[in-house]
Unconditional design. Structure first.
Length: 269
């Protein structure tokens, strides 16, 4: 039986709840508390629609009569989350922005395991990706093209950071985010006998010539170093995107988007 959440108002920047939520700007406290922040009515609604557990919903008390916010407040309360009316000043402090959204939700993190059976046609594996904006944008692109699993290998940035969640535009709530070390991931890949496509500049074919037969894993590395040699050596195919101008590389999220949509072009159904 779900217990209805509490409804109250906070007016002080020094309130303990404000301090707790503000601490979620730091990865250490997100990890220790297993919480993270998402902003905006649409994104918070998407989280609830996808059955993510909400702890707190903060909303601008000046917009308490807004129909969409009211609906979100009622949904949060019925699901057992606390709803808190606050000033725009408090929302600015918590969102680290001068023009904050009118709603801010605090959710429990949800991590997944490597799948025991392959339901998704495309899985993206990211190795040591450090930029949260890139990660969030990749999740958004994956969601748009129908991919469901994103594997974060070794020392990746936190997908539940403010920057990553913002860049994902709600896709974080639709993608299964999985953390794994390289050894465990390579064993899983071997056991599943799934096609493994990686990006590299060495001994690589043009991405348009790749065999995008599904299901497959697309492995992408960070912008500075690319994929590790160990991961490259375990790929079934190595591909590259040709550089026709003076630039010698593309943004990681842009590259991932190009490759994912090429896979759709080759597998339209």
């Amino acid at each position: 039986m779900v217990v209805s959440g509490k409804q109250y108002e906070i007016s002080s920047l020094t309130n303990d709840k404000v301090k707790l939520i503000n601490s979620l700007y730091h990865r250490k406290y997100r990890r220790d508390l297993n919480l993270f922040v998402a902003e905006g009515v649409r994104i918070c609604k998407e989280a609830l629609d996808n059955n993510w557990e909400i702890k707190y919903l903060l909303f601008n008390k000046e917009n308490k009569d807004n129909l969409a916010i009211n609906d979100l407040v009622n949904d949060t309360t019925s699901l057992g989350g606390d709803t808190i009316a606050v000033s725009s000043q408090i929302l600015s402090k918590l969102s680290q922005k001068h023009n904050p959204q009118n709603v801010l939700g605090v959710f429990i993190q949800k991590w997944h395991h490597l799948p025991t059976s392959i339901h998704n046609k495309c899985i993206v594996a990211l190795e040591n990706v450090r930029d949260p904006g890139n990660l969030g944008t990749i999740l958004r692109t994956m969601d748009a093209m129908g991919a469901g699993d994103c594997v974060l290998l070794d020392e990746c940035t936190d997908p539940f950071s403010y920057e990553a969640v913002r860049a994902s535009m709600g896709a974080i709530f639709n993608i299964n985010v999985i953390a794994s070390n390289l050894e465990h991931f390579l064993k899983w890949k071997s056991d599943k006998n799934i096609s493994f496509i990686g990006t590299s500049l060495k001994k690589a074919s043009n991405y348009t010539q790749a065999n995008w037969k599904t299901p497959f894993v697309l492995a992408m590395g960070n912008e500075q170093n690319g994929l590790s040699d160990k991961l490259i050596n375990n790929c079934d195919q190595l591909i590259k995107i040709p550089m026709l101008g003076k630039s010698d590389s593309l943004n990681l999220a842009v590259s991932t988007g190009i490759l994912l949509y090429e896979s759709i072009r080759k597998n339209p159904n």
